[in-house]
Design a protein around this ligand. Structure first.
Ligand SMILES: [Zn+2]
Length: 240
């Protein structure tokens, strides 16, 4: 089980760690800042650096089959000779990619606040984000872009809180997503709240977010698609 440092500090870009397993499936560490693909959000990329200076490029991060297992992937054909369990490393993520994920991911929470319908699909990458809403009404591109800009300008704080499974069960309305169920089994579920005095959005979420909506910056709705009779897809891009 890897200690998931990104859960409590999405701004952290590096950590020291110890290699716990090396295989063709990937490198495992005792703790990591690398977010594994999940909840619609892409995995982190970056670098592992050994004490002797040797480096290993991490091309993606995925969850393994074991609960809590995180695999740091390398490019096919990479020579892993010299990399063994027990080695001390520094794990460093690609800062620009993480920041893009944080900005887009938090922007999708703002979209959830603006579009009061269940989410039935989500994809967050460094280049765009998209959310699919289960709804039949049309959506207005400019109105949504303006709505996001308003919430960004309002500089709402974004905070994390862990609640118990029982608290979640008592508030089923918290779960906005039909496609991504909050991770269970550990007894607690991580929730994200946007807004302190004004509640903008509040839902279970395991992804990486900015600490204040002002950090999202200039995000625009680039496309609205009717994916099916009951699905409207909203695509976000950076304006800067
Ligand atoms: Zn989130």
């Amino acid at each position: 089980m890897t200690d998931e440092l990104f859960r409590d500090d999405a701004a952290r870009l590096a950590c020291s760690a110890v290699v716990t397993a090396v295989s063709d499936a990937g490198i495992e560490l005792d703790r990591t800042v690398f977010y594994p693909q999940g909840g619609g959000q892409a995995g982190d990329t970056g670098l592992l650096t050994r004490a002797d200076g040797a480096t290993l490029a991490i091309t993606d991060t995925r969850k393994g089959v074991e609960p809590g297992q995180i695999l740091h992937l390398v490019a096919p054909g990479t020579d892993l000779a010299g990399w063994t369990a027990g080695q001390a490393v520094t794990a460093t993520i690609d800062a620009a990619r993480r920041q893009a994920h944080r900005r887009f991911h938090t922007a999708t929470h703002l979209l959830c606040a603006l579009v009061p319908h269940p989410v039935d699909g989500c994809s967050i990458t460094a280049g765009y984000a998209r959310l699919d809403f289960h709804m039949t009404e049309p959506l207005d591109k400019e109105a949504l872009t303006d709505g996001i800009a308003r919430l960004v300008a309002a500089a709402h704080p974004v905070t994390t809180r862990w609640i118990t499974d029982a608290e979640l069960d008592a508030n089923p309305g918290l779960v906005r997503s039909m496609s991504v169920q909050p991770p269970r089994g550990t007894g607690t579920v991580r929730t994200i709240r946007v807004g302190r005095d004004t509640l903008v959005d509040y839902q279970p979420c395991g992804g990486t977010h900015v600490a204040n909506t002002a950090e999202i910056g200039a995000v625009v709705v680039t496309k609205i698609e009717k994916k099916s009779a009951t699905t409207r897809r909203v695509v976000l891009g950076f304006a800067d």
